[in-house]
Ligand binder design. Sequence first.
Ligand SMILES: [Mg+2]
Length: 848
Amino acid sequence: MSPLTAEKVADYLPLAGRMPHISGRIINVTHQIPYNISRSSNSVSTVVSDDPAKSTPPVQKIEKEEDEEDDGVTAAPVSKVTRHHRRGRTLRAKFRAAEWMIVQNRGHGALNAGLQSLNDEYQTLHIGWTGPIKDESNKVVLPAEDLSEEDKTKLSGLLMETGHIIPIFLDSKSRGHYEGYCKEVLWPLFHYLVWTNDSNGTAEKQYWEDYVAVNHQFAQVIAAQYRPGDIIFINDYHLLLVPEMLREMIPDAPIGLFLHATFPSSEIFRCLSTRKELLSGLLGANLTYSYARHFIGACTRVLGCESTQTGVNVNGHIVSVGTFPIGIDANRVDQFRHEPTVAPKMKAIRAMYADKKIIIGRDKLDSTKGVLQKLHAFEKFLHDYPEWRKQVVLVQVTTPTYGDNSKLENKVSEAVSHINSLYGSLEFTPVHHYYQDIDRDEYYALLSVADVGLITSLRDGMNTTSLEYIICQQESHGPLILSEFTGTAGSLSAAMIVNPFDYAGVAKALNEALLMNPEDKLTRHNQLFQYVKEHSAAYWAKSFVKQLVESTQNFSLQSQSTPPLDSQRFIDSYKKSKKRLMFFDYDGTLAPIVSVPTDAKPTAEMLQYLQDLCNDPHNEVWVVSGRDQACLEEWLGSIKNLGLSAEHGCFVKASGSSQWTNILENVDMSWKKDVVEIFDYYTERTEGSFVEHKKSSITWHYRMADEEYGLFQAKECQNHLENSVVAKMPVEILVGKKNLEVRPMMVNKGEIVKRILSQTPDADFIVCAGDDKTDEDMFRTLSATYFARYQDKLNSGNTETTWNDTKSSLYTITVGPAKKKSMANWQVETPANVVGLIAKMAEADKQA
Ligand SMILES: [Mg+2]
């Protein structure tokens, strides 16, 4: 099992190939709306009609717009050297109504392009903060508190008409939220920059309060807009608490959260004092997309959740987790690079570096982008491969970012001078470093003329430059060298993947890239290009929506409350049916739990009822237990025609057969060795814990250990297992009561039920009773099978079918107290009730 990738998601879906039907709207939520708002003091009278019935858009001018703002995340940089150069031209939509002007915002290009693409097929609504509202004349930010209700209403009307946007007006808390908690705490942490500032924590505390308050304001606005049928698509780390808050306000809403930042390893994440709140906030969603492995690691380590590679179990609900990097709008980039102003610049650059190979790098100047490492690697390259000296130039464009990076800036300048003095001469400079924003035309010209693209980020989510480079290389197919620490590296396997800290390795890759023959270049380029083209921003958004709809359906299978069994209905249904399939767990279901397990012997009465049931040729009865074969044989072997399954589905003996089958016979069990090693390590370090070996599984028990320490060690151990064993072998970890069990994925009670069910497709009455977690696998399998049948009926045009109708012949019964969380459809209190039901069925047989 590998993590959920874009490709996987596609086959995973029963809906593959077409977009799901959504009866309501998609509510897109981003921190900020995709428009900048300003107010002109001399109110222009190009007014929007106040009559809502008139849906004519407000006065719209599409302009070649000069930008003054830059939020540091623009996809393509625009020159600040400007004061002398003409700037890049941008087409941006501008709308004006009365004194308000809104201009499309160019930041987060990929994200907004993706979300906007959803408009083609769905009704959408976009909710977000207005951003700072400026006075057009003096560019001063107007405090949101100064806006009158009338202003807000007018502005909201304009935004709704322009792009179905609901603005959120934030007061002064927006600073603590964004500049404080997001920028000072979360962003650095997500980029592995921990505690770079000394502080006494007061500021953080205030930031956190603002973060909570702003998240709450978002949740309230979303909940107020939500109508049943809508789905909610929340973006990024600014809003991590919103899913849980929404879950409380609108429990059944489909909620997805996409985290665009990288999720740090749990080692780093758990340094955060608010780690629990943030994780629980996120887990309010049905679907969470982020860097799945680290996210799941944090959930198990910080919250002790049970997990698989594709989801986290939160109080009995599975929250799907996946990885799915956002793409770029490839067509738009293609359009940009073909603008008439680009070609002359390409020519100029080529003339400047005639007969030289050009390596291109473009990064923001912050320590995560690895500019310094790139320079060291380039130096190493010139040292190790002297034949390339004076033949190759590195053109590095480094864009300034928000904040003080002067130390890094100095180090970069020193490294550049060092290389240039060592390997340069009067007429030749090996490194051309531009510490500035560049014109968009220049940017695309550079990407197009490059012979090699070099990206050495130490930590990066989606690296847009790498994707844009690929689009720009359609003619020359220059190789891409990409750091393994970028989020895109996992998807761009045809790039040359390097470790940016290994200078010799990067140098070697540079040499290989420069020597690569045209056929290899073409093959690699085609693969990369195909990927970028297919995995566009629009594809990203649609896939997320598909996956969210799918997980929500699974979620709705997870019954919210389990009513007590209606035994009259049960017996009526039994009598009417022709082919019945029954599964009973043993301990806690047919027999009460006792303190000495060997005392759980069946009573003569119960044996008789079971025998009566098995005598009816319409019935197929199974006992599916965690106990071993010998025990089941001893206690239940005398019942004719009873099917038995031992060790949670590991061994089966069909009714009427005398042979046990070992399901694990052909299963690779080599993982056991690794698991035992890890368990032994923790046993040595946890007084009172021990390891239990079974044929199908290995369990580490810590019930005799110190309670708190045992639990702490268990989480550590679980995380350790997840990273070393679960990541590469098809096994899963079950978090039990004071134990951890590792078992093969394909062996559980659910799988055995699936097997038996497939051999009895005509069953028209199914009973399945059980009391613990392992029985939930049976309930889940049965519900999913019925749900698939229901969907088949719907898809074949049978619109009168309801889900309740479809599952009316399925009796999944959990044994335990009322209000117990379970996937079962029905509940009974005690094993005696189960035996009572068997007696009633046997009785009904006799009457028939
Ligand atoms: Mg049981």
